[in-house]
Design a protein around this ligand. Structure first.
Ligand code: NAI
Ligand code: MG
Length: 361
């Protein structure tokens, strides 16, 4: 049979990005090896990082997006270095890809892994698993605003940061959440806003949610304010299935979710362009973790689980399931990195994932 060949653009970026992307690529090579020649990956690495920025004055060079566009998917580590302000690196690399490639849906599953203890007592006795759907193109990250708008002088500076919510932007992410809910065992969508305080954008979101919900009478719905939802994540997580929220709210809630599941180091994410006009981008939720870089202890599970999301998006669901099963087998066997309370190094966890894949054959 002829191989299905996927062209992957890898951007390890900064800090532990390199360490965890290397682990993920090792897992993908194993997937390919075990596929009897059916699945192949052509990986091209792009060196765009904060180091590269300091040398060249930009993250993405001219023509860089065109090069990325020739790939089936982008595999991204993290960006953020000590010598570059965080808003420069985030806008220079990550948002410089998600925005032009219209990756408007950011999917962040929260899985509770076997063998990993959660700070939630409930997790010991309750099946918990949900997915945060983050609006990824507008909202609080629209980039509208300015500083010192009328030259008010020292001590009087003002800054405005405006959120943008469009009816179309709300509708597409909310519909995406409902469609996703229909594929899950619990068909429920929880919509999160702060429409009591933010009476324009968030009220528009609420209205669109109510309207779209009518097209999905089989899906249970609830609308919850973000502060109440953060309490619900801790107190009643068993009531969650799909949680859809704005760019900022979903970013915060998904970190909370992954911390409840044991660590930021296991959290995966997909930045999807559901229209498939552009490649989608897959990345662990965590950042560059400068405090542990180079120590060989970065948890590769978030990056590997992101590779599973990539396989799913590329139309390889069996391979995706095999990778997730390898993660479960590894943590279930007690092979845990430091952030999960264990002693395994990045290399040892990766080796265990690869062995679990081979044994699953
Ligand atoms: P961070 O996620 O890099 O680290 C937070 C804490 O979690 C640290 O103590 C770190 O050691 C730990 N941690 C994170 N990932 C881990 C892993 N895989 N294994 C073990 N421990 C892990 O967030 P922080 O410290 O707020 O930001 C550091 C830099 O990363 C900043 O420059 C920030 O802007 C950037 N950042 C980039 C993101 C991206 O590229 N998508 C996302 C979040 C932060
Ligand atoms: Mg974040």
């Amino acid at each position: 049979s002829t191989a299905r060949i996927y062209r992957i653009a890898s951007i390890p970026g900064d800090g532990i990005g390199r360490e965890v992307i290397d682990a993920g690529l090792q897992v993908l090579r194993t997937v390919s090896e075990l596929s009897n020649g059916e699945i192949a990956f052509e990986v091209t690495e792009f060196p765009w990082s904060s180091h590269y920025y300091l040398e060249h004055g930009h993250y993405v060079p001219e023509g860089g997006l065109e090069q990325l566009a020739e790939h089936d998917a982008i595999y991204f580590g993290a960006v953020g270095g000590p010598e570059v302000p965080d808003h420069v690196s985030l806008w220079g690399l990550r948002l410089a890809i998600t925005q032009p490639f219209d990756q408007w849906a950011n999917i962040r599953p929260v899985s509770f892994l076997p063998g990993v203890s959660s700070p939630l007592r409930k997790a010991d006795t309750t099946e918990l698993e949900w997915v945060v759907v983050r609006e990824n193109s507008e909202g609080e990250y629209a980039g509208f605003g300015g500083r010192n708008l009328s030259g008010r002088g020292p001590g009087n500076e003002v800054a405005v940061q405006t959120s943008l919510h469009t009816e179309k932007g709300c509708e597409r992410i909310i519909r995406f959440a409902f469609d996703l809910a229909r594929t899950r065992p619990v068909t429920k969508v929880s919509s999160v806003t702060k429409s009591n305080a933010q009476q324009y954008g968030m009220v528009l979101w609420d209205e669109v949610f109510t309207r779209v919900a009518k097209d999905y009478p089989d899906v249970e719905t609830e609308s919850v304010l973000v502060d109440a939802m953060s309490a619900k994540f801790v107190l009643h997580p068993e009531q969650l299935s799909v949680v859809v929220a704005s760019n900022l709210h979903a970013d915060i809630l998904s970190d909370l979710g992954s911390a409840l599941a044991g660590s930021l180091g296991i959290a995966a994410s997909a930045n999807l362009n559901p229209d498939r006009r552009y490649p989608s981008m897959f990345e662990p939720v965590h950042g560059s973790a400068p405090d542990i870089v180079g120590q060989g202890i970065a948890n590769p599970i978030g990056a590997v689980a992101s590779a599973a999301l990539m396989l799913e998006h590329l139309g390889e669901p069996a391979a995706a399931r095999a990778v997730l099963a390898a993660i479960d087998a590894t943590t279930g066997a007690g092979i845990l990195p430091k952030d999960l309370g264990g002693v395994a190094t990045t290399a040892q966890v990766t080796e265990a994932l690869v062995s679990a894949l081979r044994e699953d054959q």
